[in-house]
Design a binder for this molecule. Structure first.
Ligand SMILES: Nc1ncnc2c1ncn2[C@@H]1O[C@H](COP(=O)(O)OP(=O)(O)OP(=O)(O)O)[C@@H](O)[C@H]1O
Length: 553
């Protein structure tokens, strides 16, 4: 009979025998030939590490960085170990560790989700929930674990569940419902299938739409407000970008109205003293409207064109219409403004004969060139302006009532500067900056001067201010412009205006004449207007301005 010690050499796997005090007495050759360690030691010293399982029926051991699993059997006073190298166990162990890590990761992902997540098995038994479920349902998340959704619904804890529907229909199901706090929630259940195509789990996502909805409402509100601000800003920027100062409430409302009517074709009549900005407003209406994309803005200064030329200027003439005329003929201002806007400035200066012709064009949209036999169609928007009192003129019989009503469809009255003093400081700064930029200077106004100019009557309105600022910036040598730098006509003290010495009468008359013409030249922009204001003829004004070297600013 072969002894136990000898027989283990026949085992095709690692084996060894110990005494009952665990000291190795024999290693089989299968084992000893694959290791360097020498036997006859206590197993604790022989192996690098050992673990006993199942009350010592199994032992796992590490030796020379190799992993073994031994079956341990008591035979008489000895123990017989029969083993196998188990590299796969190590791999398994590694996999378990990896799976545990993944599981933890998944748990924290599920928990950090802002949506509620609810997982059941294929019988509807709750396996897992997350923190968000507590926020959305108001019930601790642990309460659900192990309970079936049917039971939770019967108890009224769940109002509705998609889980049974998913199990029945074997596909993703969504419902929108109000939860117990009456908050709108979107519930989406999705099946998780195994490799055989059977449902293993149902994962339900619960999204609180009420917060989303209120965020959406808030977002819409913010968007609306930001659109409004943008429009306001555009408007404000729109004015200043175009070199228009609009500061007072009256002017803001007036320009807002201009913006609103810009796209309509109705005739506009702009009233206001000289220099208030009638031309500026007319151009703004044109630029803000669709006609600026299709046609021109043509300005006609009705007061500056000699009456005998007015008709051919406005309506054009045919070749050979009169001596000195262009052979080919010439289009008038109305034709040039086709599809655009014609601005009839100083419309009150139109002679009655021309008023009739203008009325015809407005009524029929047709005009006839001087010397022509046929009429032409024109598509023109009319903006008219005047500083005259047209109603008075109607009474006097110098302006046709029917034309007035044709023009006065959308009336604008621009108040004089002294009636909208809120615009004054902004305009002063605007013209100061403009002149400084134009001449590369950097002058400033003293506060005292600003106060003075704020109170000034500004008979010549914005034009007077624009001229004064340019004059002050150019004629003042110091960098600070103050009251002393104002021209004599602005000084309040009577002294300057008075002649204090005895001088010949004709000299005194000349002095007075020079002063009054230069004052008018500040306020008006044409010699016709100055002549009218001073109640004399235009050629007289031209002559005198030359004599006194006065120029219109
Ligand atoms: N709001 C404003 N912002 C900036 N500049 C302005 C403004 N209003 C008027 N101006 C300037 O003042 C001057 C006179 O304006 P505008 O010619 O428009 O006046 P008007 O009322 O048409 O004068 P008139 O009756 O003599 O024809 C122009 O140089 C114009 O650029």
């Amino acid at each position: 009979m072969i002894s136990l010690g000898a027989s283990i050499d026949y085992f095709p796997v690692p084996a060894f025998i110990t005494r009952d005090d665990n000291v190795i007495i024999k290693l089989n050759s299968q084992f000893s030939k694959t290791i360097k360690t020498v036997g006859n030691k206590h197993i604790n010293q022989f192996f690098d590490h050992i673990d006993m399982y199942e009350e010592g029926a199994f032992m796992s051991a590490v030796l020379e960085e190799r992993q073994f699993l031994f079956l341990r059997q008591k035979i008489n006073d000895n123990f017989l170990y029969i083993g196998k190298e188990t590299a796969f166990l190590q791999e398994l162990n590694q996999k378990v560790i990896e799976l545990e890590r993944l599981n933890r990761e998944l748990d924290s992902i599920i928990n950090s989700s802002y949506d509620g997540i609810y997982i059941t098995d294929n019988k509807g038994v709750t396996l897992k929930t997350n923190d968000a479920i507590e926020r959305i349902t108001g019930i601790p998340k642990e309460y659900y674990i192990g309970k079936t959704v049917d039971k939770l619904m019967k108890r009224g804890i769940l109002k509705n569940s998609v889980t049974p529907k998913v199990l029945k229909q074997r596909r993703t199901v969504s419902v929108v419902q109000n939860n117990y706090q009456n908050k709108e929630t979107l519930i989406t259940g999705s099946p998780v299938m195994n490799e055989k195509g059977d449902i293993e789990k149902v994962i339900t996502n619960i999204r609180d739409l009420s917060e989303l909805n209120s965020l959406l409402d808030e977002l819409n509100e913010v968007q609306k407000r930001s659109d409004e601000y943008e429009r306001e800003l555009k408007k404000l920027k729109g004015f200043s970008d175009q070199g228009i100062i609009v500061e007072s409430q009256t002017m803001t409302e007036l320009y807002e109205m201009a913006e609103r009517i810009a796209d309509f074709d109705a005739t506009v009549l702009i009233l206001g003293e000289t220099g208030v900005g009638k031309d500026v407003l007319a151009r703004y209406i044109y630029r803000s409207g669709l006609r600026s994309e299709k046609g021109e803005f043509i300005k006609v200064n009705c007061g500056a064109i000699p009456p005998e030329l007015l008709e051919s200027e406005l309506f054009g003439y045919e070749g050979g219409a009169f001596t000195g005329a262009n052979k080919k003929g010439k289009p008038g201002m109305f034709e040039l403004a086709d599809n655009g806007v014609i601005f009839l400035d100083e419309v009150g200066e139109l002679p009655l004969k021309m008023q009739v012709k203008l009325l015809q064009v407005i009524q029929d949209g047709m005009l006839q060139r001087v010397g022509a036999t046929k009429s032409k169609k024109v598509d023109v928007r009319i903006i008219a302006a005047t500083n005259r009192n047209l109603r008075e003129m109607i009474k006097e019989g110098t302006f046709r009532e029917d034309l007035f009503y044709r023009l006065n469809v959308i009336p604008f009255t621009i108040p004089p500067l002294r009636e909208r003093r809120d615009d004054i400081l902004a305009l002063l700064q605007f013209f100061l900056d403009k002149t400084n930029n134009k001449y590369g200077l950097n002058k400033v106004l003293t506060d005292e001067l600003k106060r003075f100019l704020y109170d000034w009557e500004w008979e010549g309105n914005v034009r007077e201010m624009a001229n004064l600022m340019e004059r002050l910036v150019l004629t003042t040598s110091s960098s600070k412009i103050s009251i002393e730098h104002l021209p004599p006509e602005y000084r309040n003290d009577e002294q300057d205006m008075k002649i204090t010495d005895i001088i010949p009468l004709n000299q005194a008359a000349e002095l007075a004449e020079k002063q009054v013409i230069s004052l008018a030249a500040q306020r008006y922009k044409s010699t016709y207007q100055i002549a009218e204001a001073l109640q004399t003829s235009q050629p007289t004004i031209v002559r005198k301005m030359k004599k006194y070297r006065i120029e219109i600013k």
